[in-house]
Design a protein around this ligand. Structure first.
Ligand SMILES: NC(=O)c1ccc[n+]([C@@H]2O[C@H](COP(=O)([O-])OP(=O)(O)OC[C@H]3O[C@@H](n4cnc5c(N)ncnc54)[C@H](OP(=O)(O)O)[C@@H]3O)[C@@H](O)[C@H]2O)c1
Length: 280
């Protein structure tokens, strides 16, 4: 079976590298993608077939790894090409969005598998897990391709949506608390009490002193993508009868930082300024 990756971003390209290392040939479609994605995909040994149409004709399995806010659009583009193979959505989306995607691709004749990836890009064993759910995940067609690679797989349920729910619950804490920390620091700045907050942190929660700059570095360049993920998490909480407001607010925090996309040198001052000054 040939496997296609839509698209080889930081995570998708690492999945391609993991497949290559296991003797499989990952494919992708460069049409419309940036030079950064082209360079990354070439470096990881993904074979460029040019267009999405060529990818759906070439591959039996397609893995969607894209900005979460685009996951439904990407699935619709694949369904529009009458793809009838196996479609894995591995994006950070809510269980409800995963089921919407299932409906789109299944109506075209594809088999849907729900997935969620937790951990950094899969370059080293033991850090990154692809959670899988749904009946189709049990046949092992996807998990077997990653055996022995840096990407571990773990089945979590028979229902599509379960793997996405694991991802939502995990990221609700990691990215949610990061957004809260940025907001807390911005509040202290707005009130002119940053020195006082630093003092209180040093006495009672010294771990936050290092965590704040690390959070700025880890979130600012990716904040544009995190906003969509926070909205998916908020909707997951709402559907479960829990307050979604925490993560709606986190989405606002990340949205305010969205122009720092791919700006690895963003400073603490850049972040605080965007959070404390009203937008245009
Ligand atoms: N990175 C991580 O550590 C990590 C960890 C766990 C899960 N994930 C999940 O993996 C997925 C992708 O993350 P990533 O880190 O690989 O993102 P990324 O590095 O930002 O890459 C995103 C890829 O999607 C493409 N893309 C951009 N805009 C698009 C659009 N409008 N429609 C379709 N594709 C578009 C990009 O192409 P261009 O270059 O042309 O813009 C790029 O190839 C997300 O669902 C994320 O939650 C990532």
């Amino acid at each position: 079976m040939s496997i296609g990756i839509i698209h080889p971003g930081a995570m998708g390209s690492s999945l391609g590298a993991a497949l290559s290392a296991g003797g499989h040939t990952p494919h992708w479609a460069s049409d419309g993608r940036s030079q950064a994605t082209r360079t990354r995909a070439a470096g990881d040994g993904l074979v460029d077939v040019g267009t999405l149409r060529a990818l759906t004709n070439t591959c039996d399995i397609i893995i969607s790894v894209c900005p979460p806010a685009e996951a439904v659009n990407v699935a619709e583009s694949v369904a529009a090409l009458s793809f009838t193979g196996m479609y894995l959505d591995a994006n950070a989306v809510s269980p409800a969005t995963a089921r919407t995607i299932a409906g789109r691709v299944e109506s075209a004749g594809a088999t849907f598998v729900d997935g969620g990836i937790i951990g950094p890009p899969a370059r080293h064993a033991g850090l990154t897990v692809l959670y899988l759910s749904g009946e189709a995940a049990r046949c092992n067609a996807i998990a077997s391709r990653f055996e022995g690679s840096p990407l571990a797989t773990h089945l979590v349920g028979a229902e599509p949506g379960a793997a996405s729910a694991v991802k939502m619950a995990f990221a609700a804490w990691t990215k949610g608390t990061s957004a809260l920390l940025l907001a807390v620091r911005a509040l202290a700045e707005a009130e002119g009490v940053t020195e006082g907050l630093d003092h209180a942190w040093s006495v009672l929660t010294p771990e936050l002193i290092d965590r704040f700059p690390a959070t700025v570095r880890g979130t600012a360049p990716k904040a544009w993508r995190f906003a969509g993920e926070m909205r998916e998490i908020a909707s997951t909480f709402d559907h479960a009868g829990l307050p979604g407001g925490f993560h709606e607010a986190a989405a606002e925090i990340y949205e305010a930082l969205s122009d720092l996309r791919d700006y690895p040198d963003a400073t603490e001052a850049d972040v605080i300024q965007r959070l404390t000054e009203p937008g245009p």
